[in-house]
Write a protein that binds this ligand. Structure first.
Ligand SMILES: [Zn+2]
Length: 278
């Protein structure tokens, strides 16, 4: 082999290595605006989960231990894709968005969209994390979390973590806000538009109105759904989804009709998942 072909070979390997390094860099550090990141991330990044997120997912999302190998990998890669697509911003004393924050926020989104593997809340590009309750200029109130029409999801990290402390109590801010995002997603016009069946949604709302009345009639703390669910139909929807995911057995025993409607709306049934189904 002469020296010129030697050089060609070296250049080839150097270029290949540079391209590989750059693609690795892009995968986890996609630059640019939230809009660009969202557009590029949606199409380019659909790979394996960065192992840094794995322990947080397995600790907080019990469904992962129920899924078949294929669906577990799908859940993981969807989490990575969600992280790649969104811009995470911290506020106040939170100086840096940690891998735990990204894993849990993305995990909540992927948990509730298990039945819609192509839905990534494309209307929502930015996620803002506050240390505790924060003042919203929009509503002029203090909040634990909100999703707004401008395409921003806001959470208080303290309240968010409290939701995961007991994974079976039916209270989880992450699922709550993602449920609002999912409903808004279906209302605002975008790529994922209209994945809910309006007939099923109507039946759900009829059932929701009955349940909200029960919450108002029964003394505080004695009803299945917590008091806050009776605020309005949107809040009932979000609270119902928290319960559907954290205590499906109890919800099914309490109101089987509502349980089935929610499983149709979300397009997955947590109690029917077996590790052998794909
Ligand atoms: Zn709410």
């Amino acid at each position: 082999m002469d020296s010129s072909s030697d050089n060609t070979l070296i250049i080839f390997f150097l270029v290949a290595f540079a391209l590989y390094s750059f693609s690795r860099y892009l995968k986890y550090n996609l630059p640019g605006s939230a809009y660009l990141k969202h557009k590029i991330g949606r199409h380019l990044m659909y790979g394996k989960l960065n192992p840094i997120y794995q322990p947080y997912l397995y600790k907080n999302f019990p469904v992962l231990n129920q899924l078949s190998e294929d669906n577990r990998l799908l859940f993981e890669s969807r989490v990575q894709r969600f992280i790649n697509m969104k811009t995470f911003l911290s506020r106040g004393e939170i100086k840096q968005v940690t891998p735990e924050m990204k894993a849990l926020i993305a995990g909540s989104a992927i948990q509730i969209t298990m039945g819609y593997p192509e839905v990534y809340f494309s209307h929502f590009r930015t996620i803002i994390i506050y240390p505790d309750m924060y003042y919203s200029k929009l509503t002029k109130h203090y909040h634990n979390g909100e999703v707004n029409q401008l395409g921003v999801i806001v959470v208080s990290w303290k309240s968010f973590m409290e939701g995961f402390r007991d994974p079976r109590d039916g209270v989880n801010l992450g699922y709550h806000e993602m449920a609002h995002a999912l409903k808004l997603q279906n209302i605002v016009e975008n790529n994922d538009y209209e994945f809910f069946d309006s007939l099923i949604m109507n039946q759900f709302e009829k059932e929701a109105i009955k349940e909200m009345q029960k919450v108002k009639d029964i003394p505080a703390g004695a009803s299945f759904f917590r008091e806050y669910s009776a605020t309005n139909l949107n809040e009932f929807f979000a609270v119902a989804i928290e319960n559907y995911i954290e205590r499906p057995t109890e919800l099914k025993a309490y109101n089987i009709k509502l349980y089935h409607l929610l499983s149709k709306i979300l397009n997955f049934d947590l109690l029917e998942i077996s590790p052998y189904s794909s």
